[in-house]
Ligand binder design. Structure first.
Ligand SMILES: C[S@@+](CC[C@H](N)C(=O)[O-])C[C@H]1O[C@@H](n2cnc3c(N)ncnc32)[C@H](O)[C@@H]1O
Length: 393
């Protein structure tokens, strides 16, 4: 159990090698992973089907476990793959030298790639920052793909994207700031590159395995002894929305509808045009007779504006049902599962995710199901984070 008062959010990962590379708001503290795994035999394989920024598998690898994880967000998969790199001192200094030369050449470039076609791009970055970013990106994209130099420079570029943006960096959902951002893209890039390279010198006994895989689908070859993760919360927060500067600048998308398409693939995703799809979406073969869902749907006020939330919650429950069922099918008998999940509130009605998870786990054949409160979330006094645990029968 975490110590009373311990910080359990991504804030606790600042200053931790590798864990501080990308501050993903819904990430949890690496120390939560250590606490949950503290008694586990080091021969166990730790599995996270919702990697996000990779906190679980990176910490598990640091503790000496074999670890494996899935996600569907292409940028996050790239982040976790890069965080898993292990390099020697000589390679690190070669890559840093390469970075220095690249920055020198970038500033002299007169022809460079066009900026992405991102809504409000001129509010995100000043004209000068956009020019510097385009110059740097033109050269980074020429590096041989999937090589450590290219992987780490793309991560350092992502860092520079964030620090040069005209946004409130402390605010959790990236709102625009009127304060002039005076940072230099090249120095932000080099500073991040240096720090990431230093982090890759810390080696693991077993490198984590990372796969693009939808957590609603089974995998007959899954090798795992403990599942530990936090799936998306049913709070309509969109990871794709939060990640869109990276998705655009690193060429994963070139139009808003592609971000919405990716969000629609994610559990709980309903950003942009994904909201329109939700309006006409119908559940398939999902018997939504789950008491926690029925209770919330019955309590929501009967207005046209709540229809979308109802659809959202039914789809969320259906998706989590598909996930638990896929896990029960794929994991060996006796495997422990731990889900870190927050509840949500709509129109003053609680959606009790922990109860929903316990009920769905039971419907899917899990046993020894229990949940405990980990913390009260700061945003509202009725919002909590839970750890829901169970075992495959
Ligand atoms: C709450 S975040 C995980 C945060 C993570 N524990 C960390 O510390 O960074 C949930 C993740 O689930 C991923 N996700 C959503 N739907 C998914 C699906 N169907 N299959 C796999 N991953 C999915 C999202 O892309 C997101 O990265």
């Amino acid at each position: 159990m975490p110590a009373p008062g311990a910080c359990l959010t991504f804030q606790a990962n600042k200053q931790l090698a590798r864990h501080d590379w990308l501050h993903l708001t819904p990430a949890y503290a690496a120390d939560l992973v250590s606490d949950i795994l503290s008694e586990t035999d080091r021969s166990a394989v730790i599995f996270d089907p919702f990697l996000g920024s990779g906190t679980t598998i990176i910490r598990a690898a640091e503790m000496g476990f074999r670890s494996t994880g899935w996600d569907i967000n292409p940028f996050l998969l790239e982040v976790v793959r890069s965080k898993s790199l292990q390099l020697d001192a000589e390679t690190c200094s070669e890559i840093y030298e390469q970075g220095l030369a690249l920055v020198d050449s970038a500033t002299l470039l007169t022809e460079y790639c066009a900026e992405p076609d991102m809504h409000n791009i001129d509010r995100w970055w000043s004209t000068e920052h956009r020019r510097q970013l385009c110059q740097l990106k033109s050269l980074i994209l020429k590096l041989p793909h999937s090589q450590p130099a290219s992987q780490l420079m793309r991560m350092a570029f992502a860092h520079a994207l964030k620090t040069s943006a005209q946004v409130h960096h402390r605010h959790h959902s990236l709102s625009f700031s009127d304060e002039k951002n005076t940072s230099q893209v090249s120095s932000e890039f080099l500073q991040a590159l240096h720090s990431y390279l230093q982090d890759t010198l810390h080696t693991f006994t077993h490198a984590p395995l990372i796969e693009r895989h939808d957590a609603r689908l089974p995998d007959n070859n899954l090798d795992a002894d403990i599942l530990l993760c936090s799936p998306p919360y049913p709070n309509r927060m969109s990871y794709m929305r939060e990640m869109r500067p990276y998705l655009y600048w690193l060429d994963y998308v070139d139009a808003a509808h592609q971000v919405a398409d990716l969000d629609w693939l994610a559990i709980g995703g309903s950003w942009g045009t994904a909201t329109n799809r939700l309006k006409t979406w119908r559940p398939d073969q999902f018997d939504h007779a789950v008491p926690a869902l029925i209770k919330c749907l019955a309590q929501l006020p009967k207005r046209s504006s709540t229809a979308l939330i109802q659809q959202y919650l039914i789809r969320y429950a259906q998706d989590m049902h598909a996930h638990f069922s896929a896990m029960h099918h794929s994991l060996r008998s006796g495997t422990e599962v731990h889900y870190i999940i927050g509840n949500a509130r709509y129109y003053n009605v609680n959606f009790d995710s922990d109860a929903l998870f316990r009920e769905l786990l039971q419907q899917c054949g899990f046993v020894d199901i229990n949940s405990r409160i980990l913390r009260r979330r700061s945003s509202h006094k009725q919002l909590f984070e839970y750890c829901v645990s169970a075992r495959v029968a």
